[in-house]
Write a protein of this length. Sequence first.
Length: 183
Amino acid sequence: MSVHILALVGSLCSGSHNRQLAEAAVKHAPEGVEITLYEGLAEVPFYNEDIDTDEQRPAAAARLRETAGRADAFLLVTNGTMPAVLKNAIDWLSRPFGSSALAGSPTAVVGTAFGQYGGVWAQDDARKSAGIAGVTILEDVELAIPGSVTRFAETHPADDTEAVAQLRQVLSALAATIEVPAT
């Protein structure tokens, strides 16, 4: 049995470096770890408690919750600022509070950005939002890759040996927090 990690990417652009970083996670996941890159965050409407009822809940939000409910852990991927789409996903997944798909789930936050800090502040914002939503943040597990525009101009992160090694360390640490039942 493998550990299932759901990756939520804050950028909606198909060619974004953060999406590519998530693709690298999928491609280079350690043995026994399966990464699913969630598709469909663009269709999830902004969270509104008034429509978060069994009668009115949008199908896209229900699908996100259903997918998240099958995950053992989460990988949040963000860039230089906290993208609204990522915060919105956290909002939808935080409900119902205390028994949500996120409740207690091990979560790591990674990313890359053009600046010299690699999106550290946005990652801090994502950790804060996810922590409030009830996840278990892996505080000592970090990956912020600076200079994305130049570093990944000619190279996909999946082909960057250093980025792959760092990403595998994050994924291994995240997977190590999951108790896999013996078969």
